[in-house]
Design a protein around this ligand. Structure first.
Ligand SMILES: Nc1nc2c(ncn2[C@@H]2O[C@H](COP(=O)(O)OP(=O)(O)OP(=O)(O)O)[C@@H](O)[C@H]2O)c(=O)[nH]1
Length: 215
């Protein structure tokens, strides 16, 4: 399990593997909130909708000598940005497709993204389905079993998460990290350790919005 320690720089030992991860899903399901929770351990009750896409990075240590660095593209869910998505999922090694457990239509949208990824993305892409806002149990409209069965049939990892209460967020990314092939060494494993933080560090050097804005 990755820890929540603040930045600890340049303590990388052993091998560092690097993967591109993309988040997809309807607007307002909580994609940015999941990333913010994972990368900064922070939650905003009122988050502005993403414009274009945002890029962040975080490394997690799986075992004593293995670190997985995620380069995360958080895409905008609004319909007007839909055509940009292939740019972000192209060459992605893994994807988190998010829906909101209080909005059945968001699961339908998530299924459409899964179909698109399975048709158009890298055939080896690892896909996780995340039913977010699990803290809103009283307003649940998507039964866990319905989503779980769909995920099993479609070969997806499945978690119900809450960015708000920090439920299953680290686990979601950890389980993806464990499934990634050990075949893409990061630069730091080749001797250039600049900017890499291990055990939950935030790679602030790489934190920028695709439009050039801070996020
Ligand atoms: N209760 C609850 N609210 C959440 C959770 N995650 C996100 N939210 C709220 O849902 C709203 C939308 O969250 P975002 O993270 O901006 O959603 P998004 O999917 O990135 O939206 P786009 O950028 O438009 O694609 C915000 O008001 C968040 O505070 C959660 O786990 N629980």
């Amino acid at each position: 399990m990755a820890s929540r320690q603040p930045q600890q720089q340049n303590q990388a030992q052993g091998k560092v593997y690097q993967f591109k991860l993309v988040l997809l899903g309807e607007s307002a399901v909580g994609k940015s909130s999941l990333v913010m929770r994972f990368v900064k351990d922070h939650f905003d009750e009122y988050r502005e909708s993403t414009i274009g896409a945002a890029f962040l990075a975080r490394s997690v240590q799986l075992e004593d000598d293995v670190t997985v660095k995620f380069e995360i593209w958080d895409t905008a869910g609004q319909e007007r940005y839909k055509s940009l998505a292939p740019m972000y999922y192209r060459n992605a090694n893994c994807a988190v497709v998010v829906y909101d457990i209080t909005q059945p239509s968001s699961l339908e949208k998530a299924k459409a993204w899964v179909n698109e990824l399975q048709r158009q993305a890298d055939p080896n892409i690892v896909i996780a389905l995340a039913g977010n806002k699990s803290d809103l149990e009283a307003r649940r409209a998507v039964p866990t079993q319905t989503a779980k069965e769909y995920a099993e049939e479609s070969g997806l990892l499945f978690f119900e998460t809450s960015a708000k209460t920090d439920t299953n967020v680290t686990k979601l990314f950890d389980e993806i990290a464990k499934l990634m092939p050990r075949d893409q060494l990061a630069d730091s494993s080749r001797g250039r350790n600049k900017g890499l933080n291990v055990r939950g560090g935030v790679d602030l050097d790489h934190q920028a919005n695709a439009n050039g804005c801070a996020c």
